[in-house]
Design a protein around this ligand. Structure first.
Ligand SMILES: [Zn+2]
Length: 452
């Protein structure tokens, strides 16, 4: 321990003698917390929760054990086979309002080990990074929430409101047997004023080069998953005819994609640009500034593998569309039909997400997050942001919950872009500062204020 730290500690002790204030908790041993958190992250990543199949039983066992060892009571729900939900709660007086919910998902997207340089479930720490599926999305983020929660418990911080930590399954396949199930079946047990989930983060190169920006996600684009279906006439490949559905689909998709996307106006993006300046040209920033669509599958042919000499009668494509606020589902479908310019192609909506709702930024939790970031990083720009992907956080917004997506770690763009990729990692030294910022901000929002 250095002299400076000892002086601070003595100061804290004196303060607690002079004024036995409710806020005077001992300071955590941060070095110890960092070691623990990294070990927990490694153990968590090593539990393969790939979705599909999305079985999180062992991850839920792991978390139940962890909380039970700490003396925190845990409730476990089963939304379906292998779809456990873990809910741990710290009771508050209730005088400070409704609960603050820290939520993360236990499932991860699948990893193909043959495409990885390292074992995706070994969680090796190498080159200063924790490598593995879920290191970022979202077990790393989950660990920052777990230690925020445990620190409130260990330090016996008197709470003015409940703090709930919830770990859910099924996020990577839409959340029907995860967060959505809990909201539908057990909302009274949650009923939060605030939610913190994945979404935003800090980065020095993601938003604008050389600027340290922390984005707190306050909104998402509307998800629309669509299936396009062209029907035609089957026949022998040796004799082309005009009713080949593959021809129709390919030409229509070409028309669909060749017209550039118009950029719409959205208040959150305007705020981001006002605070940051021009955003770097990368796939993330491009996606948050306009509606997007990706062709995610093409399916056609007769037989498996498809016969080369048979014209099929059906060809299908799926599209993942993320629509900017201000465009309705009907308007989007109309726009798509116009671009496809082929009325014989059927457009089917496979899934439609909620209409975007923006969480306001003038809330005590947002301010607490912003100040905690700025105390640690005085040079940082903090801004509300939109994320291009969907998260469970969004499902709370239509209920009036102030829902933020935020992991206050400083991450290189490469780490952020590694989510769902073949080399997912999180810088090992980014975890502790994220825990410290999250802990400070949450504590400020949930702790009983000392009497004056
Ligand atoms: Zn995620």
């Amino acid at each position: 321990m250095c002299h400076g730290a000892r002086a601070v500690l003595v100061g804290v002790l004196l303060l607690s003698i002079v004024k036995p204030a409710l806020l005077a908790q001992p300071s955590p041993d941060w070095k110890q917390i960092e070691t623990e958190a990294l070990h927990t992250l490694q153990a968590y990543v090593r539990i393969n929760t790939s979705n599909p199949p999305g079985d999180v039983t062992k991850a839920a066992d792991f978390l139940v054990d962890l909380f039970t060892r700490e003396g925190v009571s845990v409730t476990r729900y089963e939304a379906g086979p292998g779809r456990s939900i873990v809910l741990a709660r710290l009771k508050g007086s209730g005088t400070g309002g409704k609960a603050l919910l820290l939520e993360h998902h236990m499932d991860v997207v699948a990893a193909d080990p043959s495409r990885w340089r390292r074992d995706p479930f070994a969680a090796a720490i190498d080159d200063g990074k924790v490598w593995g599926r879920g290191a970022m999305d979202m077990k790393g983020i989950g660990v920052s929430q777990i230690y925020t929660f445990l620190l409130l418990h260990r330090l016996k911080v008197p709470l003015a409101r409940d703090v709930i930590l919830m770990a859910v399954p099924d996020e990577e396949s839409g959340g029907a047997l995860g967060a959505t199930w809990m909201r539908d079946k057990h909302y009274a047990e949650l009923d939060p004023e605030y939610v913190i989930d994945e979404g935003g983060f800090g980065s020095r190169d993601m938003f604008a080069p050389g600027k340290l920006v922390f984005g707190i996600s306050v909104a998402e684009k509307k998800i629309m998953w669509l299936r396009l279906r062209a029907e035609g006439v089957a026949g022998h490949g040796s004799q082309p005819h005009p009713n080949n559905p593959n021809d129709h689909l390919v030409r229509a998709l070409n028309r669909l994609m060749s017209e550039p996307m118009r950029s719409g106006r959205f208040s959150v993006i305007d705020t981001m640009k006002a605070r940051i300046g021009a955003l770097t040209d990368n796939k993330f920033n491009n996606a948050i500034q306009q509606s997007t669509m990706s062709i995610t599958s093409l399916r056609s042919g007769v037989g498996d593998p498809p016969r080369s000499n048979v014209i099929p009668s059906v060809a299908e494509a799926t599209l993942d569309c993320r629509v900017m606020p201000g465009t309705t589902a009907a308007q989007w479908l109309e726009e798509l039909a116009r671009r496809l310019a082929d009325p014989t192609i059927k457009i089917e909506v496979i899934y439609e997400g909620d209409d975007p709702v923006v969480t306001p930024q003038d809330t005590p939790l947002y301010s607490a997050l912003e100040s905690a970031v700025k105390r640690r990083h005085p040079d940082a720009i903090v801004t509300p942001m939109v994320v291009p992907y969907g998260t469970d956080a969004n499902g709370y917004r239509p209920k009036g919950v102030k829902s933020y997506g935020f992991f206050p770690a400083v991450l290189p763009a490469a780490s952020i872009m590694s989510m769902h990729g073949d080399a997912e990692f999180i810088p090992a030294d980014s975890l502790l500062p994220a825990i410290q910022i999250l802990f400070e901000a949450v504590k400020e929002t949930v702790a009983l204020k000392s009497p004056r």
